[in-house]
Design a protein around this ligand. Structure first.
Ligand code: UGA
Length: 440
């Protein structure tokens, strides 16, 4: 076992559940708190309430086989049974882009009220993405006010951001590039660092605020890379260059790296847009407005519309045209459609009078809810059948494997590849007009 400590995880969303299960897998006794009974019941049977690759086996192992993780609705029990408490609650965006701390604040208050009557030393760790300064001020002040205890004396405080990518979250947790631990004091740091003692990556010790900033600066930088390569792709189209070759040449420079240089229709998901907007909103509040952050968001808003411009060059009037939209999830490997660029494309096509035939290998259920205005097909072939054109919006492997024969069920011969995933050469040889982001 890597530690003598037991942990509590508040919130069994994507971050909380993956982190809890991975800590339990290290042999750490873990209690997960949630307010939704159905989730708690599922977790206690070893069944993940969310889709994440490998989580079903992992949860089954730590809950059913090894009895290392339990879920509960009981806050006091969670607190009683933990030395270190991870707060993994959502921090949604408000209209102006700033984050809403209501879930974190309410939970901290309730925990602190219960903690008031306990003698044991505990360390509270914020894992939720919170604006720099939140842990040091809001969180610390609330715990002190409602528990009557003092940070650094009666309890510990830390900020331990997550860098988990959906679809790769377990791998990202177990083999991270780095672990960042922002701590109020030495004891808090040591307690949290002990949980990671079996990890071989660098463990970076920072202040609470630096840890919060590292999370925002990292996500914003990755989003910047994506918007940057998308702008380069748009230029490449006009100068007779292929952005794939250009990105390869750039990525071989170790200072740049090849990661996050895949051009396409822009970034989606629950994190990049939200985090960049929150950092931008903060920069404005503190009179250090970031022009780069505003620009990268602008690029990401217009980038999905590029595929519609490309389509209009071949089919100027989209009214009543049937368009197959392949891929609706914000990226492959997930059923998550939050902020998916496919939504922007589907809505624009509908606005132009097109009949959209959408299909996604796993996000069908979510898609029916999020996009009630389009037709939802059962397979890629169903979506393609009789379509005047096709737009590829998510690079699922299933679509990479589609052959010219598969596309021949279309009524038209136009394919727009928004993710640079198809075999353009073969398709063109078979008489298709294929337009690709970042290609001349
Ligand atoms: C992102 C970060 O990568 C994680 O490190 C972070 O922990 C997480 O947000 C979070 O804050 O919780 P995630 O949103 O799961 O993870 O997805 P990514 O794999 O980063 O992709 C984000 C979007 O960028 C996707 O729509 C993807 O298609 C797009 N993308 C990514 C590109 O268009 N090009 C690329 O080269 C890379």
């Amino acid at each position: 076992m890597s530690t003598r400590y037991k942990i509590g995880v508040i919130g069994t969303g994507y971050v909380g559940l993956v982190s809890g299960a991975c800590f339990a897998d290290l042999g750490i006794k873990t209690t997960c708190l949630d307010v939704v009974e159905d989730k708690v019941n599922k977790i206690n049977k070893g069944i993940p309430p969310i889709y994440e690759k490998g989580l079903d086996d992992l949860l089954n192992s730590v809950v059913v086989d090894r009895n290392l993780l339990q879920a509960t609705l009981d806050r006091k029990k969670t607190l009683d049974e933990s030395d270190i408490i991870f707060i993994c609650l959502p921090t949604p965006s408000d209209k102006d882009g700033s984050i809403n701390l209501k879930y974190v604040k309410e939970e901290i208050k309730e925990l602190a009220k219960l903690y008031k009557n306990m003698d044991s030393y505990k360390t509270f760790v914020i894992k939720s993405t919170v604006i720099p300064g939140t842990t040091e001020t809001t969180v610390k002040d609330l715990i002190e006010e409602y528990s009557g205890k003092k940070a650094g004396i009666d309890f510990g405080l830390a900020m331990n951001p997550e860098f988990l990518m959906e679809g790769l979250a377990i791998e990202n947790f177990t083999k991270p590039d780095r672990v960042v631990i922002g701590a109020y004091d030495e004891k808090s740091y040591n307690m949290v660092a002990e949980l990671y003692s079996s990890f071989s990556c660098p463990i970076l010790k920072t202040s609470l605020t630096e840890a919060e900033m590292i999370k925002y600066a990292s996500n914003s930088f990755l989003a910047l890379k994506v918007s940057y390569i998308n702008e380069i792709a748009n230029i490449c189209e006009r100068v007779n260059a292929d952005v794939g070759v250009v990105a390869k040449g750039m990525g071989l420079d170790s200072r740049i790296s090849s990661k996050f240089l895949r051009a396409g229709i822009g970034f989606g998901g629950s994190c990049f847009g939200k985090d960049v907007s929150a950092l931008l909103s903060l920069s404005r509040d503190i009179k250090r407005e970031s022009k780069l952050l505003a620009a990268l968001l602008d690029v990401n808003e217009t980038q999905p519309l590029r595929v519609i411009e490309m389509l209009s060059e071949v089919l100027p009037d989209l009214n009543n045209k049937k368009i197959a939209l392949l891929g609706l999830a914000f990226k492959p490997g997930t059923d998550d459609m939050r902020d998916s660029r496919a939504i922007v494309i589907a809505n624009k096509l509908t606005e132009l009078g097109a009949i959209v035939k959408g299909y996604d290998p796993v996000a069908k259920e979510t898609a029916e809810r999020v996009l009630p205005n389009i037709n939802h097909e059962k397979s890629a072939i169903d979506a393609l059948t009789d379509a005047d054109a096709c737009i590829l919006a998510t690079e699922w492997d299933e679509f990479r494997k589609l052959s010219a024969d598969d596309f021949s069920v279309m009524a038209g011969k136009v394919i727009i590849d928004g993710r640079r995933a198809l075999d353009w050469k073969k398709l063109r040889e078979n008489g298709f007009t294929v337009k690709v982001i970042g290609q001349p």
